[in-house]
Design a protein around this ligand. Structure first.
Ligand code: SP5
Ligand code: ZN
Length: 345
């Protein structure tokens, strides 16, 4: 079965909580997610590849150095400041209108600084957050190495996830955009364009923003309609579509048939690419606590077949998926479908 890339450091991020509508609720993006996925992959006979450290060059192709610098030191500065919260969390936001479009001044107060880089209150930073987010980048880049050296398919067991992060803003339980970094690195190694097909239940708004207006990275996203009240709320509408970006918002409650029709459209959109990155969130599954889509395990397997039939060199990057009992099997089904699609097309 498919090689999968792993780093123990991805377990070091413990968000503890999410501040939602002003209430501190238990975190959903837990280390146990990655442990569960790894267990299912090993049980299915997948070959584990340990992530190799990469320098910051691919990371800085995608992200603003100010964001990277903030994330690297945010916990150390916060924890040295005797604040009443055990996690870094914003309380004021540097909206551009606030400063008349001028670059905001970096606040003297450590507790005001997250407002330069965070766009929600749900994405907390603790002692191991930077180490885990940076390790997830190495996991993604190692999977790129595996595919660039001739393997048709590799899976990156990234945690924390990344597809909600823009060039300079983090949010949505994400800190660094592993999917976008993988696409950017793949573009430097294989013939482009690179297509990103995002089948996480939520719109891949960070990835969309990062490649806006470019024709060498095509972005497609299949997700629950933000207009029906779902994160990321402000983005993910069909009105954002152009030649290089395809949003396919779906009504809450849709099942395999409608979801797979959208995955098929995304695959057709990606067919002109030379390589593929799949942003694999398994939170579209029925039973996931963070989304109202009702996709089955068989649906995920069929999505794998559809994308596998493209026959492109493919890096699969883990995004969301929060039901600990089913995320591992859902990932295994998707990867099995990808192999079936590739070999039986
Ligand atoms: C990577 C990924 O799947 N990110 C999704 C983040 C969506 N989070 C939005 C959560 C909205 C409120 N959920 C209530 C749960 C309270 N703990
Ligand atoms: Zn999601």
């Amino acid at each position: 079965m498919v090689p999968f890339v792993w780093s123990d450091d991805c377990l070091r991020h413990e968000p503890a909580a999410e501040v939602w509508v002003g209430v501190r609720t238990p975190a959903t993006e837990l280390p146990a997610r990655a442990v569960a996925i790894r267990g299912s992959l090993l049980a299915a006979g997948a070959r584990e590849v340990t992530a190799v450290a990469h320098d910051d060059s691919a990371l800085l192709e995608v992200h603003d150095p100010e964001l990277v610098g903030f994330l690297r030191t945010a916990w150390d500065e916060w924890s040295a400041s005797s604040l009443p919260s055990d996690r870094v969390v914003p309380y004021v936001f540097a909206r551009p209108e606030l400063t008349g479009g001028r670059e905001p001044t970096t606040p003297a107060a450590v507790w005001a600084r997250p407002g330069l880089f965070a766009y929600d209150t749900m994405t907390l930073i603790g002692p191991g957050t930077w180490e885990a987010a940076r390790a997830a980048v190495d996991v993604a880049l190692t999977a790129v190495d595996v595919v660039a050296s001739g393997e048709p398919l590799a899976y990156a067991c990234c945690r924390p996830p990344g597809h909600h992060v823009t060039r300079s803003l983090y949010g949505g339980s994400c800190y660094l955009n592993n999917t976008a970094i993988a696409a950017s690195a793949l573009l430097a190694r294989l013939d482009g364009p690179v297509a990103i097909v995002d089948i996480d239940a939520h719109h891949g708004n960070g990835t969309q923003e990062l490649f806006l207006g470019r024709d060498d990275v095509l972005t497609a996203s299949v997700h629950v309609d933000p207009g029906a009240g779902w994160f990321p709320h402000f983005l993910g509408f069909a009105a954002e579509n152009d030649e290089a970006n395809l949003n396919l918002p779906l009504a809450p409650g849709i099942r395999d048939v409608a979801w797979l029709a959208a995955v098929q459209r995304a695959a057709e959109f990606a067919a002109r690419a030379g390589a593929l990155v799949i942003a694999l969130g398994v939170d579209a599954a029925a039973g996931d606590p963070e989304s109202p889509l009702e996709v089955t395990a068989g649906g995920y397997r069929e999505a794998g077949r559809i994308l596998g039939r493209l026959g492109l060199p493919t890096v699969v990057v883990q995004e969301g998926g929060y039901d600990l009992a089913t995320i591992g099997p859902l990932v295994v089904e998707t990867l099995a479908g990808l192999e079936e699609g590739r070999t039986r097309r």
